[in-house]
Design a protein around this ligand. Sequence first.
Ligand code: C2E
Ligand code: MG
Ligand code: MG
Ligand code: MG
Length: 292
Amino acid sequence: QAKRAGRGTYRYYTEALTAAAQNKLTLDTRLRRALEQREFELYYQPLYRIADRRLIGLEALVRLNQPGLPPVGPADFIPVLEENGQITALGAWVTQEACRQGRAWLDEGLDFGRIAINLSPQEVRRGQTDERVRAALQASGLPADRLELEITESGLMEQGERAEAFLHNLRSIGVQLAIDDFGTGYSSLAYLKRFPVSKLKIDRGFVRDLPGDVSDAQLVQTMISMGRNLGISVVAEGVETEAQLDYLHELGCESAQGYLFSKPRPASEARAWLPRLAEAPSLKADSEGEPA
Ligand code: C2E
Ligand code: MG
Ligand code: MG
Ligand code: MG
């Protein structure tokens, strides 16, 4: 086909390919510099319980903010780091930084529920993640039950027994495991039994067309009842409207995250959402029975 289209098309493809290669080179160089000079930043997006709109957690999402250069999102640069093997270097920094920030907020008397960080499949596969998470917890002094790891279904499915063992180990010290983009991966549901899953995050692709789309509504309902039956909490991602939120509440969905509440924000702005530790009555109520 390209041949029949002639020389002009051929040249077009060559130029496009060269531009793509150069862009990738530039991004590669930028990423190397960013890792060396610590130019990444963590933004935080809040998760709320729908019933009383209480903040239950923050998801840490990495940003690349290099002065004078156009911003690039993680959807574009994470795959490059996964390809060149540097994702573990970024992951190490993300883990340390999220733990440090969480501890700092606790020291200021601020509550955030849990901080969730995203792990790439590669990070699960390469053995050091277990030690790295433990080391970050220990160095920061963040209690282990304040940390949650988000992994996609495909990420878990690609992994063997080694991941199973280390996730159970981390769970035994209190670290939580959330399934990210739930419903989009290639998977057998057997992994819900195999891995110590504490949360399902319904992919925003299923939420977008609620409440109108009947088949999305049915799928979401199924995911919610599955979570409930298994004793796993369920969060809807990408909630942008009150209508979606109301409908999710009707379906029995526990919590939600999305632009309706807030986009991801830098730590300095995220702190404005955080209640004081002393004023978190329901945390106390959970662990100490009836509040006074
Ligand atoms: P994710 O973990 O599924 O994160 C949710 C993404 O949806 C975030 O995009 C977030 O900004 C976006 N989002 C949240 N609410 C809404 C909404 O209401 N509407 C819409 N349209 N989007 C919403 P972001 O920050 O660009 O991150 C993209 C992906 O990059 C993440 O998807 C995650 O897979 C990956 N990622 C981000 N940070 C890290 C990290 O530190 N490590 C690794 N390995 N991956 C990361
Ligand atoms: Mg996530
Ligand atoms: Mg997600
Ligand atoms: Mg995703």
